[in-house]
Design a protein around this ligand. Structure first.
Ligand code: PMP
Length: 365
């Protein structure tokens, strides 16, 4: 029999592959703006590295990730013993839960936070304390309420998970608020600051994570190559922390959790600054234009510093989702995130966004 935490879990239902949907719906083309992927595709440097890859596939990967760790350490100004490599950053979240949670412990998360936090927490038998998000009328509507999260921390709280920018809201936490929070969290509780979307944060200054890593021994910052680097299929992410925490995470990490091809391509992508700047510029411009267009149509958009926009459809969003899908437009309904009237749309390229708005107009005509 599975343990009680597993009984309470629901299986995460991923979207169907585009080809399957085309067949099912009888459509020749589909636009997918549902998973916050990079509309510009994959970093050309990573693509070239993949095309020229001549590594030995019959050998196990470098379990220590020597090359990519050295490059990441140099990039961030940390030492390699502060890094934990993951098969996507989800993997690092799971390692964190396995080390710092378990029966009798709890994880503190915000309402409308990333679905993987409760999954990895309950999977190891921990309780999840979900803290109500900020009010819809707050300056940061539906954002994380750090005061309330702090109040929810008890002696058995192993981990606080938070994302800034957050998925699925796009909201963020300002640096002073975050620093104040880190100052006040007990040293016995680990704080995960999930930065899957940090590269897209353009309107505010990025948190000084390097200073914070030096100051807070209980901080884990997670990053991914799935979003801005356009490498979601390859699965590569990592954690930055104190050497003490990284040592714990690496104790439970499967020895070959990250594959050779992913590390090889990530190494190349890391130097592709041209692609990163182009992706950021495209997202910043298109996000502003999409937000403007949605607002002009009367939809309330959540403020977003990510590569997606979440907006209130004013009705049951499942119906809007279905009507968009029938036109070959895939977005993300958010009922499972406690936001039954909201849809999350990934910021696409100009043409994709135009097509999305046209499809939306048809639904609301
Ligand atoms: N954190 C957040 C907030 C996310 O939205 C995602 C991707 N949906 C991830 C982590 C995980 O990304 P990956 O495992 O692809 O690195």
């Amino acid at each position: 029999m599975p343990h009680a935490g597993i009984e309470r879990l629901k299986t995460y239902v991923p979207g169907k592959p585009i080809e399957d949907l085309k067949r099912e719906l009888g459509l020749s083309s589909i636009i997918k703006l549902a998973s916050n992927e990079n509309p510009l595709g994959t970093s050309p440097a990573a693509q070239a590295a993949l095309a020229n890859f001549d590594g030995a596939l019959y050998r196990y990967p470098d379990g220590a990730g020597y090359e990519i760790k050295s490059a990441l350490a140099a990039r961030h100004g940390v030492t390699t013993d502060q890094l934990t490599l993951g098969n996507g950053s989800d993997d690092v979240l799971e390692l964190t839960a396995r080390v710092f949670l378990g029966p009798g412990r709890n994880a503190v998360v915000s309402q409308h936070a990333f679905a993987v936090y409760p999954i990895v927490s309950q999977a190891v038998g921990a309780e999840v304390r979900e803290v109500p998000a900020l009010d819809p009328a707050a300056d940061m509507p539906y954002g994380h309420d750090l005061e309330a999260m702090l109040a929810a921390i008890g002696p058995d709280t192993g981990v606080v998970f938070m994302a800034s920018p957050n998925n699925p809201t796009g909201t963020w936490i300002d640096n002073d608020t975050l620093a104040d929070f880190l100052d006040r969290v007990p040293a016995t509780t680990v704080v995960v600051l999930d930065q899957a979307y940090i590269e897209y944060q353009s309107g505010a200054s990025h948190p000084p994570v390097l200073d914070w890593l030096a100051r807070y021994d209980n901080l884990i910052v997670t990053r991914t190559f799935s979003k801005i680097y356009g490498m979601a299929a390859l699965r590569f992410g990592y954690g930055l922390s104190s050497p003490r925490i990284a040592d714990f995470l690496n104790r439970v990490r499967a020895p070959f959790n990250v594959n050779t091809v992913a590390m090889h391509c990530a190494r190349a992508a890391l130097d592709d600054s041209e692609f990163i700047s182009r992706s950021v510029a495209s997202n910043t411009a298109e996000r502003a234009s999409l937000a403007r267009e949605l607002a002009a149509r009367g939809f309330a958009c959540l403020p977003s510093e990510a590569n997606f926009i979440t907006f209130d459809t004013g009705r049951d969003a499942a119906e809007v989702f279905d009507a968009l899908l029938r036109q070959g437009m895939i977005v993300r309904p958010l009922a499972s995130y406690d936001l039954p009237q909201h849809l999350r749309v990934t910021v696409g390229g100009a043409e994709e966004n135009q097509a999305f708005l046209a499809a939306l107009d048809t639904v609301f005509a």
